[in-house]
Each structure stands twice: as structure tokens, then as C-alpha cells.
Design a protein around this ligand. Structure first.
Ligand SMILES: C[S@@+](CC[C@H](N)C(=O)[O-])C[C@H]1O[C@@H](n2cnc3c(N)ncnc32)[C@H](O)[C@@H]1O
Length: 250
């Protein structure tokens, strides 16, 4: 219920508040994966479609798309997008009794990000259930390693300006939560909201446990502008990233 209220509330300002992974993907890696799995005879599901930022990849590459989300307001905005092979349903994708007709392809972009970690496992299991045998899924999730790198980059920037670590304002580190258990579980605040981040090794364990065979894990890189409002010119690669996971139901 809290999730539903939150996403309903930000639906109108979604574009300003939420990173658009599809647009920010520096190397257009997502486009390559959609091309690889494209099949006009196959049906796809957008698991947690939001305002439909993934539709321009899903709609032209599949026969039909079922767009699911818990937020009615997000769905209403997504419906305005100009695609004619997309159907919509309001669903809580964490429900263990979720029933969907299995499809060939699922996109689940930045949805398995709950601070209640068990809910993320529920989403993974539901994706596995909603895939046909040998069906494929693409996930995008926040990277814990990228967050650690961001912290180092921030302190390195201060160091270059002659500021010692102990002189950096504490407020710079507000995204790190007080409770060490949160941090070790990958719960890091994004815009003040506790958000699950994943390590590369953890992904291999939890996907296998959900019955999903990981076929690739890649960095989905974004510009430093997604982290700092005015990054200095010298701040180049390595860039911050989300994890892009390609998996198959075997
Ligand atoms: C960060 S947005 C990502 C949206 C979209 N996949 C994208 O990449 O642009 C997370 C989305 O997950 C949806 N969501 C959160 N909890 C959910 C749940 N329990 N069941 C279904 N959708 C949920 C939210 O309403 C929101 O639209």
C-alpha cells in the first residue's frame, strides 16, 4: 500500500524525479539486448512499467506487450504513449498468488528495489513463474559497487580541492544509512528513500535461487550528471552504473 501511494504521488513529476535508464544508457546496451530478443511472434510483459519509458523498446520488438504496475496514476500516464499493441493491468507484482499467462520475454527495470528485501525475491519468483520455458528476461537494478565508487569519487574530488576526508561535510554522506545492517544488505537511500542495491556476486545467488539462469550481467553506464549536478570536466570513465541482468528460465 505504501508503494502504491508513493508511486501514485510522484507519477506527475516522474520524469523530473526518476532516472530514465533507457535514455541515460550511455552505450545503448539495452537497445542491443532488445534486438537480440526481438521476435514479432512473441509476447512480452513489462513488469512494473511506470510511465512507460521502456515501451519504445518493447512495442516494436514483440507481437504484444502486457504492461503491469501497482500505480494507477503511472498506468494512466503510460496509456497516453502512442503504441497500439500494449494492454495494461494494475497488479501487485510481489503477491505470491500472482497469476499470469507465461510469455517469452519480460522486462523488469528498477522495480526489484524494495528495502524489504524479501519482496524483491517475490518479484524474481513471479518473473520466473510468468516466463515460458526458455523464455528470457532483462532486469535493471541499482549497483552496490557503483554506490561505493560514487563515494570514493566524491571524496577524491574533495581531495583534489585540498579537503581532507574528516573535513567533508557529513551531509554529503546522508545516503548511507545509520544502521550498518542496512548498508550491508545494500539498502542505500536514493533521494531519501531506502532502496535496495545489489552486488554482482549476490545477483548470481538470488537469480539462481529464483529459478532464473543468469546469461549475462553488464554495467549499464550513465553520465556523472546522474550523480552530481555539475560534475567537473575531468570526471570521466569509469561512469556510474546500474546492473543489467539477462536471464533465462531453464
Ligand atoms: C523506478 S520505477 C521503474 C519504472 C519502469 N520500469 C522504468 O524503468 O522506467 C518503479 C515502478 O515499480 C512500480 N511498483 C512498485 N511496487 C510495485 C508492486 N508491488 N507491484 C507492481 N509495481 C510496483 C512503481 O509503481 C513504479 O512504476
Amino acid at each position: 500500500m505504501r508503494e502504491e501511494a508513493h508511486w501514485n504521488k510522484i507519477a506527475d513529476s516522474y520524469e523530473e524525479e526518476v532516472l530514465n535508464a533507457f535514455e541515460s544508457d550511455k552505450e545503448k546496451k539495452l537497445a542491443r539486448y532488445f534486438k537480440k530478443h526481438s521476435n514479432k511472434k512473441h509476447k512480452a510483459i513489462d513488469f512494473g512499467c511506470g510511465i512507460g519509458n521502456g515501451f519504445h523498446y518493447l512495442s516494436p520488438n514483440f507481437k504484444s506487450v502486457l504492461a503491469l504496475d501497482i500505480s494507477r496514476n503511472c498506468i494512466d500516464i503510460a496509456k497516453e504513449k502512442p503504441f497500439d499493441n500494449i494492454k495494461f493491468k494494475k497488479k501487485d507484482l510481489t503477491k505470491p498468488d500472482l497469476k499470469l499467462t507465461p510469455v517469452d520475454f519480460i522486462l523488469c527495470s528498477n522495480v526489484a528495489i524494495f528495502s524489504e528485501v524479501e519482496k524483491n525475491y517475490d518479484i524474481l519468483k513471479n518473473v520466473a513463474k510468468a516466463l515460458k520455458k526458455n523464455g528470457n528476461a532483462l532486469f535493471v537494478v541499482p549497483s552496490l559497487e557503483s554506490t561505493l565508487f560514487y563515494g570514493w569519487r566524491l571524496m577524491d574530488w574533495y581531495r583534489r580541492d585540498g579537503v581532507k576526508p574528516e573535513e567533508i561535510p557529513k551531509s554529503e554522506f546522508n545516503y548511507v544509512r545509520q544502521d550498518i545492517r542496512d548498508t550491508l544488505q545494500g539498502i542505500i537511500d536514493i533521494d531519501g528513500r531506502p532502496t535496495k542495491h545489489y552486488s554482482h556476486s549476490e545477483l548470481q545467488v538470488i537469480f539462481a535461487e529464483a529459478g532464473l539462469q543468469v546469461t549475462a550481467i553488464e554495467r549499464l553506464e550513465y553520465d556523472w550528471k546522474t550523480e552530481f549536478s555539475e560534475p567537473p570536466k575531468w570526471m570521466k570513465e569509469p561512469y556510474p552504473w546500474d546492473w543489467l541482468i539477462e536471464c533465462r528460465k531453464s
